[in-house]
Design a protein. Structure first.
Length: 348
């Protein structure tokens, strides 16, 4: 039994104390441990009790009592019945996993949700020891820079906006705010993080459709007042049902099948990702594939505006001559016009 297991054992004993007469003395604890794992030094038990109090912040107190032999001794008990040493990080592998989660939290650093989550993990880290090869203990999650998560910098969200939107989502409260100079009233469904931005997925009464709004661009977020200030959350509210693919938070009202011919590194990379629903890969040659998937992330009816084609067109263009769209016809047409425009710009 290692040090952390002994501390969990002591914690279990103290959690069961119902009265001061039942409070175990250090000798009682040592005997109980010996019954499970064999001989233990008295000094080892005292060190475990000290670590339980000082490093795990256990609310320990002592009461003078008589032992069965009639000698005076100190009985240990918790002053708070709610306290328990967490056992969830009891192995080295789980501690390392917690370290990775802390690294993952870095992707949302600077946002309100980071502060809340990091505080919770710091508390757990304080209570989760790492046992080294000598049986010594370190407390707190070590900094590990050998495995990291890379993402775009987060766009800051004002605290009052975050709190209002978060409460509106959790309580099904209709929400009002100004967005690029227009007043909006919405039914907030989900808060979604993607590509460095926090977005609100909601039903917008102005456009009479479901839309995404970036929290950082909201002004004057507040609850709608009046009798109709709450709404019933629909069963199909989940944004993930609409966009099973790779292309962030973008979506359109219709889905379609996208088919792209890729070669070289683009083909190798594409086979390692899920780009949409019903995905298939057809091998054309050793160096070329035909990728097909269903998605709602291609905007049909796009204009000549720079956003025409959405993220799927940008993804295809990013591969240059190594990616050629074959379907739908509208995507192929936009791609051809964009390539021609780029070629013309080069000749100017």
């Amino acid at each position: 039994m290692d040090k952390y297991e002994r501390i969990l054992f002591i914690d279990e004993m103290l959690s069961k104390v119902e009265s001061m007469e039942d409070a175990p003395s250090p000798t009682d604890i040592r005997r109980a441990l010996e019954a499970v794992c064999g001989s233990i030094d008295r000094s080892t038990v005292w060190r475990d009790i000290r670590d339980l109090e000082e490093k795990f912040h256990a609310p320990l107190d002592y009461v003078d009592k008589k032992s069965p032999s009639g000698k005076r001794c100190k009985g240990l008990f918790y002053t708070s019945k709610a306290f328990r040493v967490p056992a969830m990080f009891s192995t080295g592998d789980k501690i390392r996993s917690a370290q990775l989660v802390m690294r993952l939290l870095d992707s949302v650093r600077g946002t309100p949700v980071y502060d809340e989550a990091a505080e919770a993990f710091r508390d757990l880290a304080t209570e989760a020891p790492v046992v080294d090869s000598r049986g010594g203990m370190k407390f707190g999650l070590d900094s590990d820079e050998r495995i990291i998560f890379i993402g775009p910098p987060c766009v800051a969200v004002p605290d009052d906006t975050w709190r209002t939107v978060k409460e509106a989502v959790s309580r099904n409260r209709r929400l009002k705010f100004s967005y690029h100079g227009r007043d909006r009233t919405v039914e907030p469904y989900q808060i979604i993080f993607g590509d460095g931005n926090w977005n609100l997925w909601c039903y917008d009464y102005g456009s009479r459709e479901r839309r995404l709004f970036t929290l950082a661009n909201m002004e004057g977020a507040r609850f709608k007042t009046g009798k109709d200030n709450e709404f019933v959350l629909p069963d199909d509210f989940d944004f993930r049902r609409l966009t099973p693919g790779y292309f962030g938070t973008f979506h359109s009202d219709e889905d379609c099948v996208v088919r792209v011919r890729l070669r070289g590194y683009a083909a190798k990379y594409a086979m390692c990702r899920t780009w949409g629903g019903e995905q298939t890969v057809e091998r054309i040659s050793d160096d070329e594939i035909r990728l097909s998937f269903r998605t709602s992330q291609f905007p049909k009816g796009g204009s000549e505006a720079s956003c025409a084609g959405g993220p799927i067109l940008s993804w295809i263009l990013g591969w240059g001559e190594f990616a050629v769209p074959e379907a739908p016809a509208e995507l192929v047409d936009i791609w051809r016009r964009r390539v021609s425009a780029m070629s013309a710009a080069l000749e100017e």
